[in-house]
Write a protein that binds this ligand. Structure first.
Ligand SMILES: *Cc1c(COP(=O)(O)O)cnc(C)c1O
Length: 452
């Protein structure tokens, strides 16, 4: 049955052993073989962080075709917050698979879609009347939030930020604030997008007064349909804005008839120890985008917003063939149940505390660690040069590579590429979390010795 050469475990059932194991070089010979196949079938434009081919994943472990078991600090970029193949998600999807796989909600509705929207209306910030609709990805959610905002306000200008990442489709790519690899060569970009400075306390950039001045002077208050902002910049390097900055944007929007769109695709859905990162700042956005972890590993995204804004659009103006696929809806409901029943918000805070303590200890003993930041289980460190400020992208790459070689999957991030970000699943066992942090600390220490 297994088609993958030498696959050690496809037919095995039962839990995946939650223990790191490095049996070969990483990537091992079987992964190298499959990478050669990949290279002749898939363009290099679709990148690879760690070229190991995976057979199974669960809890805090990813198992590869060479039999290595890696500690997973990436969660598929914060998609498997509830864990890979989480038991409730698996059961719900299997049950739905027996009933129907697709109808198209705009042709004939089904309850799962409505239930996911009800849950999002309940879980997103604010207790006002809301509506939600479902799409397939984060980029699609952002595009649709902007469509709704333009429609509801009758205005065109959209304000985004440096450090921002909003996806790879035309408008989402335009909103993204980083040329390489996301934008270079892919222009022209969508019109009426303006870019302001994101609040970056470590670098002392993007004061609220500066941001508001830009809105008033460069864009013109009466032209702004919406501000699209990540409450914590994800791909931009887990930059947490200065206290009050987000709230200041929300106040400005309210005073000027513009809408605040919180892009919570990465920061939302339990990652930061709250359902949505905006809650930490007491900010209630007009529109919220959710995706990544919403489907517990299945592809689904959503736009949630104030009822009067969402209801402004004419029938048929929103939707899509696959949006809110029945299997993805079943998975999302199971993911929500898992977070609630298993106390994963509290768990995110506990994991975050352990990660922050470990990284702050590293920062105290290693000059190369310039900043440690994040919220809940969304924690990162910035690697810098000897002046304590100059971004050191090469160091981040070396540390990540050293971790990978020892069976720890970590992701880099940052506008300057010098950030290591930690995004373990919220069901990672404590001992794997500690072991992974130990490997990371060792990698930073030995890199500093090499650099000296
Ligand atoms: C990942 C991400 C997106 C894009 O989501 P896709 O599903 O990859 O289209 C948008 N916004 C943020 C904040 C993200 O992290």
């Amino acid at each position: 049955m297994p088609e993958t050469p030498g696959d050690p475990g496809l037919e095995e059932v039962g839990p995946l052993l939650q223990q790191r194991l490095v049996r070969t070089a990483i990537p091992g010979p079987r992964s190298e073989e499959l990478m050669a196949r990949r290279r002749s079938a898939v363009p290099a434009g679709v990148g690879t962080t760690l070229p190991v081919f995976v057979t199974r994943a669960a809890g805090g472990i990813v198992e590869d075709v060479d039999g290595n078991r890696l500690i997973d600090f990436g969660s598929g970029i914060s998609v498997t917050n509830v864990g890979n193949s989480a038991p409730r998600v698996r059961a719900a999807v299997a049950a739905q698979l027996e009933r129907f796989t697709h109808l198209c909600f705009q042709v004939t509705p089904y309850l799962g879609y409505v239930e996911v929207c009800e849950a999002l209306n309940r879980l997103t910030p604010g207790d006002h009347e809301k509506r939600s609709f479902l799409v397939n990805s984060g980029a699609e959610a952002v595009e649709n939030a902007v469509k709704v905002a333009r429609y509801a306000t009758g205005r065109q200008a959209v304000v985004a930020f440096d450090h921002g990442f909003h996806g790879r489709t035309q408008l989402a790519m335009t909103l993204t604030g980083k040329a390489m690899p996301y934008k270079s060569g892919f222009g022209p970009f969508a019109p009426e997008v303006y870019r302001a400075r994101y609040s970056d306390p470590f670098r002392g950039q993007g004061q609220l007064a500066e941001t508001l001045g830009f809105l008033e002077t460069t864009v013109g208050a009466a032209n702004v349909a919406c501000i699209v902002v990540e409450p914590i910049a994800g791909e931009g390097g887990f930059v947490v804005p200065a206290p009050g900055w987000l709230a200041g944007l929300a106040d400005w929007c309210r005073a000027n008839g513009a809408l605040l769109v919180a892009d919570e695709v990465q920061s939302g859905f339990g990652r930061t120890g709250a359902w949505y990162a905006c809650e930490h700042e007491g900010v209630v956005p007009d529109l919220v985008t959710t995706a990544k972890s919403l489907g517990g590993g299945l592809p689904i995204g959503a736009v949630t917003g104030r009822a009067e804004i969402m209801e402004s659009v004419h029938p048929g103006g929103l939707g899509g063939t696959f949006g809110g696929n029945p299997l993805a809806c079943a998975a999302a409901l199971a993911a929500i149940e898992t977070i609630e029943a298993d106390g994963l918000l509290e768990r995110a805070n506990r994991i975050g505390g352990v990660m922050t303590d470990a990284l702050e200890a590293l920062a105290r003993s290693h000059q190369a660690v310039g900043d440690v930041r994040g919220r809940g289980a969304m924690v990162a460190m910035e690697l810098v040069g000897t002046d304590g400020l100059t971004p050191d992208k090469a160091a981040a790459g070396r540390v990540a590579a050293a971790c990978h070689a020892q069976g720890l999957l970590v992701l880099t991030a940052g506008t300057q590429g010098n950030v290591l970000r930690l995004l373990p699943s919220l069901v990672i066992p404590d001992d794997l979390l500690e072991e992974g942090l130990g490997i990371l600390a060792g990698a930073v220490a030995s890199d500093e010795r090499v650099a000296e």
